[in-house]
Design a binder for this molecule. Sequence first.
Ligand SMILES: Cc1cc2nc3c(=O)[nH]c(=O)nc-3n(C[C@H](O)[C@H](O)[C@H](O)COP(=O)(O)O)c2cc1C
Length: 494
Amino acid sequence: MNYHDTLSYLMDAFGGADSLQKLLGVGPSALSNYRRREHLPLNQARKLSNIAPKFGFNLDPYTLKISVIDDDRKPEILLIITGGIAAYKALELIRRLRDFEFSVTAVMTASAQQFITPLSVSALTGNKVYSELFDLTDEQEMGHIQLARKADLVLIAPATANFIGKMAHGLADDLASTLCLVTEAPIFVAPSMNPHMWTNTATQDNCAKLKRRNISFIGPDNGDTACGETGSGRFAETGFIISQIQQKLLQKHSSADIFPSEKQTKPLDGIKILITAGPTLEPIDPVRFIGNRSSGKQGYAIAYACAEQGADVCLISGPVSLEAPLNVRLIKVETAQQMKQACADELDVECVICAAAVADWQVKQTANAKLKKSNNKPPEIVLTETPDILSWIGHHPSRPKLVIGFAAETDSLKKNADDKRARKNADWILANSVLQSGESVFNSDINEVLFLSKTGAEYWDTDSKQAIARKLVHRISDYFSDVHVSGVQKKENI
Ligand SMILES: Cc1cc2nc3c(=O)[nH]c(=O)nc-3n(C[C@H](O)[C@H](O)[C@H](O)COP(=O)(O)O)c2cc1C
C-alpha cells in the first residue's frame, strides 16, 4: 500500500475525514496537504496511535501499520524500584497490581537491591527483573528501548530524592534513569523519604520541574515515617497508587480522550472533601489505651461514595481494619491530637465531613513505661479533654464552605444533636441513636439517621451504611451545584 492509500485507509479506519480532522485538530486543507506531501507528521501519528485502541485496533506511529488488538493483553506497568526504606512496600504493591490484572515488569536500581532482593521481586511479578544497562543478554532478549516502549505506564515506587533529582536533570547513568528518558508512556512518581529530605528546596525544585514536564506525583502522605520522624514524606497507600494508575489507563482509552468536548463530568468533579473516620485511641501507657467501638464503616463508605462522584477525597482515619477505598488519599492517625493536626494540614477543601468517633478525653500524663499491677491499689488516671475537631473546624478562619458532623447519642437525639450543630457551627449533623433497635450502631452494617440542618430535620429510614453514604453525597452534590449556579453559599436545602 502506498502512502496515499495509507492515509485514505486511516481516514476510513478513524470514521471518515471529519472525524480524522477532529482527532488531529486540523482543518481540511492540512489533511489534503498530508496527502499531497505523502507525509503525516510524527506528532500527529502519535495522536492517532494513542486513540486507535478506542477504534478497535493498534496503530504503529512510525510505520502507520495497523494491527489487531489482543483483547487478553493486560496493561503493562514498568515498575522502577529505587533505594528507599519503603522499597519493601513495592512487594505488596506488585501483589495488588497483579490482583488488578496488570502485568508488571520491574527494574531495580543498585541501591534498591540493598533493601529487597530481585528474587522476591521476580517471584511476585512472574517476570525477569532488570537492573543492568550494559547486559548483553538483555539487549538480545529485551533491549532497553523495547523495555521502555512496551510499557503502558511507568511507575517509580518508591522514588528516592536522589532518583527524582536525576530525572529532573535528565541524567541517564543506569538502566532505570535511562528508561525514564526513553519512554513515551505516562510516568508516575510515588516519592518516599524523610520529611526534611522532602521539604528541602532542592527536592521541591526538582519535583516542580518534573510536574512541568507532565510527570504525575502520587503522594507523599503525611504521617509517621520509617525514620521515626513525623511529617510529609510517607509512601502513599497502595490502594491510592493503584487507583491513580487505573484512572490514567482508563482515561487513555475512554471516549473523553477522543473528543475532549465530550468529556463526561461527575457531580463532585473538582470538589475537595476532607473526611475523618474511625475511632481515636488515647494512650494510657505503651500498651494500654482509651478507645471506642467505632468501626469506621460509615466514614469509609462516605469516602468511597464521594470519590465515586468525582470528588478529590482525603480520608483521615483512626485505627480500623478496613481497606482504603480506591481513589481516596488515606492518612492514618491514632490520637485526637494527631487527627486534628492532619485536619489542619489538609483544611484547604470545600467540604469537611467529621465522621470519626473522636475520644472526648485523653490521659493527662501518659506513662512512659507499662503501669505495673501492685498490691496496694489501682493507679489513678487523670483525664483531660481532647481537642474538639468539629468545633475547631466550624469556627476556623478558613472554614470550608460546608461542614458536616456526626452525633452519636443515647438519649434526646434531636435536642442533643441540634445543640451540637449550633455549638460547633456545623451546617449539617447526621445524628444516630447509639442504641438503635437495642443494638449498637458501631460495628453494624446498617444505620438509622436523623439529618439536621439550620432549618429543619429529616428522618432517613434504616438503610445500609453505603446507602446512607450515597444519600449524603447526593445532598452534597445538590448543595455544590446550587453554590455553583448562584455563585454564593447556598442557605439551606431541606
Ligand atoms: C538505611 C537507608 C535508608 C534510606 N532511605 C531512603 C528513603 O527512604 N528515601 C530516600 O530518598 N533515600 C533514602 N536513602 C538514601 C538512598 O538510598 C540514596 O540516596 C541512594 O543513592 C539512592 O539510590 P537510587 O536513587 O539510585 O535508588 C536511604 C539510605 C539508607 C542507607
